[in-house]
Structures are given as structure tokens and as C-alpha cells.
Design a protein. Structure first.
Length: 220
């Protein structure tokens, strides 16, 4: 089953037993109308079960970003996944410090015979073929049309299948210099006063949640 929602202050979508809350934003909110300018982006996702227990595990998330947004990695170091596959968060951040483009947190609920247990882990986003440092892995794809980029996040079984993601927050932004020029990992323009993010979330029980979050910007 799928349900769509589009709101300016974030999305709250209820499908079957799943309640999904998604929101995000960026700064600064005043941007050029035609020229891209540096921004920092933040996003938040909360997943819960109507009955209060462990929700059906999230298996895949497709997140599309407005064509008025842009990512630039020219001159930015990359982090190969094999370098940090067995590393702790601190070790991964030390090994690939120069490739970090974002940080955040992941929360999960694990259902055990003795009861439910909450767990959390830091999240680190590295420039490279995949994001790492937390539970899911992600691949960034570029598209044409209304949405320029798609992040495809595939979530493996958590705690041998007993766990499910309940929270994710991330802040993405990296400002750096290359050849004497200032660059930004994320940038945006305000061509129509709205920046859109579309998400499609697929769960283990077959439920699909589809929604759109719109954030207003001011052009200058």
C-alpha cells in the first residue's frame, strides 16, 4: 500500500501500522535566483508503530532532491568503503577525515525475548561510492528532470533481523578550498521559491510510504 503527502513543514504519513515523520531544511534560506550558492542541509526521519512496538523493518529508501540543488565533489578526497569496513566510528572518522561531508545519528528498536531494547549509533557520511559509518549504505545517482539527485539507501537486516530503524538524522555540508578557490559540497538556487525533497520508503511487510516535503526559500 502506498500513500503520498506534500507539506511545507515536514510530512507525517500513516500507512497500515507504520507512522513516518520526515522533515528537513537548509541554510541560508535566502539564495540567488539563477546562480548556485553554498548551503548546509539537514534531514530527519522517525519511524514508529501505531501499537508502540517495533515497526516493520525499513528495507529501502529512495530520496530525490530538487534540480535547484547541486553537489560538487571536485577536488574533494574520497573514502573507499574497504578502508573502514571493520573500523569503529572514531577510527573511520580518523582514517577518512578529509572525506567527511556529514554527520548524524541512527536509532533502532531491537525486539528480544526479554523485551524491546533501544540502540543508537553515530552516522558519518563520506564522499565516495557509498556512505558509511552507520547501519545503512547509500548510493547517490544523478538524474534529469524535476529531481537532480537520488540517494538509494539499502538497509540490511539489523541485529539478525530482530531490529528496525526508528530514527535517522543527518547534517550535510562541507566547505573547502581547491586551487585557491572556495567550494561547497552542497549548493542551491531559488528559482521558484520552493526546494522539494521526495521520498519513497519500502518496508519488510510490503508497505510503501511515498511523500513530498517542500521548503520555501527567498530569492535575491
Amino acid at each position: 500500500m502506498a500513500l503520498g503527502a506534500g507539506v511545507a513543514d515536514g510530512a507525517v504519513v500513516k500507512v497500515e501500522d507504520i507512522v513516518l515523520r520526515a522533515d528537513g531544511g537548509f541554510k541560508p534560506q535566502t539564495l540567488p535566483k539563477r546562480r548556485f550558492a553554498p548551503i548546509d542541509f539537514h534531514g530527519r526521519l522517525d519511524i514508529s508503530d501505531r501499537g508502540g512496538g517495533r515497526p516493520s523493518p525499513l528495507r529501502q529508501a529512495l530520496v530525490d532532491f530538487d534540480a535547484d540543488g547541486r553537489l560538487s565533489v571536485a577536488g574533494l578526497p574520497t573514502c573507499a568503503p574497504e578502508l573502514i569496513a571493520e573500523a569503529t566510528t572514531e577510527e573511520a572518522r580518523r582514517i577518512c577525515r578529509s572525506a567527511i561531508v556529514g554527520t548524524g545519528h541512527i536509532g533502532a528498536l531491537i525486539s528480544l525475548p526479554e523485551g524491546d531494547v533501544k540502540a543508537s549509533s553515530p552516522l558519518t557520511v563520506f564522499n565516495g561510492p557509498r556512505t558509511s559509518g552507520g547501519l545503512p549504505t547509500a548510493v547517490l545517482e544523478q538524474h534529469r528532470g524535476e529531481f537532480r539527485y537520488r540517494a538509494r539507501i539499502d538497509v540490511p537486516p539489523i541485529a539478525a533481523g530482530y531490529g528496525a530503524i526508528t530514527h535517522l538524522d543527518v547534517e550535510i555540508g562541507r566547505h573547502y578550498r581547491v586551487g585557491g578557490q572556495q567550494r561547497s559540497y552542497a549548493s542551491a538556487r531559488c528559482s521558484d521559491n520552493i526546494l522539494r525533497t521526495h521520498g519513497r520508503f519500502s518496508f519488510e511487510n510490503g508497505t510503501v510510504v511515498d511523500g513530498l516535503v517542500e521548503k520555501y526559500c527567498r530569492s535575491k
